[in-house]
Ligand binder design. Structure first.
Ligand SMILES: Cc1cc2nc3c(=O)[nH]c(=O)nc-3n(C[C@H](O)[C@H](O)[C@H](O)COP(=O)(O)OP(=O)(O)OC[C@H]3O[C@@H](n4cnc5c(N)ncnc54)[C@H](O)[C@@H]3O)c2cc1C
Length: 386
């Protein structure tokens, strides 16, 4: 039985390693991992706090590709891009040739969303979603740079905090009225904003960017939606991700906001699984682009490739936002959940709880010292998917 995995992020390597534990004999159970990048194993979450922790693109690599492939007894095809799937012949076609599979795992990740921004400098706008992006970003980031961050979501706030700690002058733009606007109620968003402002980050909320032009004196002139201009050495876009679905869609698999999988991690083709940032769990549009869901899904999928019938289960999985200027833990309520936020100041912190009419806790945001309540409150949150 040959398992082929496409993608060498946490999703691809988790399935490879978990499957190898269940199928230790590489002769009878070969695993091939195909990836467009080098295959090096690194912690993607560290990309947004690497400056403050003085990590470089090289030191961010935790296990080089050759070593992790040897440990997991996996045949690695690095720098190989999957181009097409022939499902009837069970063939994956890459730019390096064809690979026959018995079971295929799609762990393709997601692409950063790009806004249509005008100007001679628009092509220079950076976005950081992998180690290659991060290397490019570091190569063009001057010391103590003036940086415009586009997007006050989780990744934008983390980069803003990190850049500011490293001595950069940071301004964050977002059309939302407060940071983390899709995850937090206003009171909590304003609390995060104040914490980051104390660390030197500036915010332009309710404002977008329309043009980035190369300035004669070097750097860029950034025009915002009010018509005001700002100078910057670098513009970083962090406005969200779009699941990589085209390979699956072209092969006729069911695709929505991501590649749709069932409770067992299977796509609409039972020989093909998907997980991680490229996947949508169930038909209700559930996207979970975070580490813990990848680990849970990876373990279940490995078991199912090995013949088990193990459902993926996602308990409540609060996410830590890596903003030391305002420690933040968020477990947002499910999309469409009915209820209200109640924000209570605590000593040096804020506790925001989202409850339904029966008083049941459906979501939370813990800020500052309230993050100490994480464990106790997580137990009260509903299971996300089972
Ligand atoms: C800056 C940043 C900070 C984050 N911080 C946190 C955090 O604190 N906590 C948290 O839980 N989550 C965090 N996340 C999210 C988390 O890191 C991701 O959800 C997770 O790493 C996604 O892993 P993945 O394996 O699904 O995708 P990826 O890591 O993107 O891997 C995709 C793989 O697919 C390969 N690929 C794509 N297309 C092809 C193709 N056609 N052919 C071959 N190979 C292909 C790529 O080369 C890559 O190897 C953060 C994300 C970012 C960007």
């Amino acid at each position: 039985m040959h398992t082929v995995i496409v993608g060498s992020g946490i999703a691809g390597w988790t399935v490879a390693r978990e499957l190898r534990k269940l199928q230790p004999d590489a002769q009878t159970h070969p695993i091939t991992l195909v990836c467009a990048d080098s295959g090096d194993f690194y912690s993607k979450p560290m990309l947004s706090n690497a400056l403050a922790s003085q990590k470089t693109p090289v030191s961010l690599v935790m296990t080089p590709a050759a070593k992790i492939a040897e440990q997991a007894k996996v045949t690695l095809q690095a720098h190989a891009r999957a181009q097409r799937l022939d499902r009837s012949a069970k063939l994956l076609v890459t730019d390096q040739g064809e690979l026959a599979y018995d079971q295929l795992v799609l762990a393709l990740g997601a692409d950063p969303i790009r806004l249509p921004i005008a100007g001679s400098g628009a092509a220079d706008i950076q976005s950081v979603n992998d180690l290659t992006d991060y290397t490019a970003f570091r190569n063009v980031l001057p010391e103590k740079a003036k940086v415009v961050v586009l997007g006050a979501g989780l990744i934008g706030c983390e980069f803003a905090n990190d850049l500011s700690t490293a001595g950069c002058e940071v301004t964050v733009f977002d059309i939302a009225q407060w940071p983390l606007g899709r995850l937090l109620p206003q009171t909590a968003g304003e609390y995060v904003k104040a914490g980051l402002q104390n660390a030197g980050v500036k915010f332009e909320m309710g404002v977008s960017i329309t043009e980035v032009a190369k300035a004669d004196a070097g750097g860029y002139s950034v025009t915002d939606s009010t018509g005001a201009t700002h100078s910057a050495d670098l513009v970083l876009s962090a406005i969200g991700l779009k699941a990589r679905t085209s390979l699956a869609a072209q092969a006729g698999l069911t695709v929505d906001r991501g590649i749709v999988v069932d409770q067992k991690g299977r796509t609409s083709d039972p020989a093909i699984f998907a997980l991680g940032d490229c996947a949508q769990y169930g038909e209700q549009g559930l996207l979970l682009p975070y580490i813990q869901p990848v680990m849970n899904a990876g373990r279940a999928i490995a078991a199912n490739i090995n013949g088990a019938d193990t459902p993926i289960r996602f308990p409540a999985m609060p996410v830590t936002v890596k903003t030391p200027a305002c420690p933040t833990v968020i477990a947002p309520p499910a999309a469409g959940a009915l209820g209200n936020w109640d924000c209570q100041p605590v000593e040096a912190g804020l506790r925001a709880l989202f409850k339904n009419a029966d008083g049941q806790l459906l979501g939370m945001a813990l800020l500052g010292k309230a993050t100490a309540e994480r464990q106790a409150l997580t137990g009260e949150l509903p299971v996300v998917w089972e």
